[in-house]
Ligand binder design. Structure first.
Ligand code: 13P
Ligand code: SF4
Length: 301
């Protein structure tokens, strides 16, 4: 047995011992995805966090995702293997800036993308993910929406609703850096390839795509499409999953790796289960308010 096999064995034993469940976002490294009990997008992971009977949730993803699991499950211990696994996009939204924006648009409802802190969620009317953003916006009575923090997702939603969408100036570095020129070059080389991108991509990239969706929706589309080649506009590790599920298809990823996601390693996952660290805690008044915004979202889809 080599070092990696021993680590994996140890993680499995510790997981059994503590009745823990490992949830992994699809942007995690392949080793982490393989050992997880469930791999998914932000919406799927939120739902799994609610359904699980485990006593402990170990969240392999970035901080806002682990916080979401805790907000929905305050009676469970929620661990993140590295507390510095942050999301660049989530960090662009601060409460003071949001309060100022709200003063500017007093009649607007606040819809926050789950890629935001617990404090921002607590101040929001409702949350959304990339999988349900349009439906969430359509579900609320307000005609004016302060949509935070991703400007590209806001723009994508605005293209699909008659409501007034007031964007925030945040963006994800991984998706913002995906360029139309790179995609076009690949398309010239592989004319039969379909272009599949995440809605956090810029408008020019979205507009040449055959399909736009959350990570789970993209994975589903790729599996169901008769096409054999795909240019994939999202975080680089996503292709690990689709390659595994579709060994007969060819993928040309154009995204870089998310720095926050990469902080999670097998060693840190083992240490997390061994030492019960790092436990997510959120002040109860904030957690309760944030839960309301998340529950409202989960009622929609
Ligand atoms: P998904 O909800 O589509 O998985 O996206 C999460 C994310 O962080 C995108 O960068
Ligand atoms: Fe945040 Fe971008 Fe990383 Fe997704 S890929 S977790 S939006 S920094």
């Amino acid at each position: 047995m080599d070092y990696k096999d021993e680590l994996i064995e140890e993680i499995r034993e510790l997981k059994e011992k503590h009745n823990a469940v490992i949830l992994s976002h699809v942007y995690q490294e392949g080793d982490i995805q393989d050992i997880a009990d469930f791999v998914g997008d932000s919406l799927g992971l939120s739902r799994k966090a609610v359904e699980t009977n485990a006593d402990i949730i170990v969240f392999c993803g970035v901080l806002f995702m682990a916080e979401t699991a805790y907000i929905l499950n305050p009676d469970k211990k929620v661990l993140i293997p590295d507390p510095n696994a942050g999301c660049f996009l989530a960090d662009t939204a601060t409460l003071s800036k949001l309060k100022a924006k709200k003063r500017e648009y007093p009649n607007a409802a606040v819809v926050s993308y789950v890629n935001s802190s617990a404090q921002i969620k607590a101040y929001s009317d409702v949350c959304c993910t990339s999988a349900n953003a349009i439906q969430v916006v359509e579900s609320i009575p307000s005609k004016e929406i302060l949509f935070i923090p991703d400007r590209n997702l806001a723009d994508y939603v605005a293209e699909h609703t008659d409501k007034k969408i007031i964007p925030w100036d945040g963006y994800c570095l991984v998706h913002e850096n995906i360029s139309i020129e790179t995609i076009q070059r690949l398309k010239d080389l592989h004319p039969n390839a379909e272009i599949v991108v995440h809605p956090e991509c810029k408008a020019d990239v979205r507009h040449i795509a055959n399909y736009i969706g959350s990570t789970s929706a993209m994975a589903r589309y790729i599996s169901e499409s008769p096409a054999k080649e795909f240019i994939v506009g999202t975080e680089d590790n996503f292709v690990y999953r689709v390659r595994r599920d579709n060994p007969d298809k060819i993928f040309y990823p154009v995204g870089t790796k998310c720095i926050g996601m990469r902080r999670i390693t097998l060693e840190k996952l083992r240490d997390s289960l061994l030492e019960m660290k790092y436990e997510i805690t959120i002040p109860e008044n904030i957690r309760r308010k944030a839960k309301k915004a998340l529950d409202k979202m989960l009622e929609v889809v």
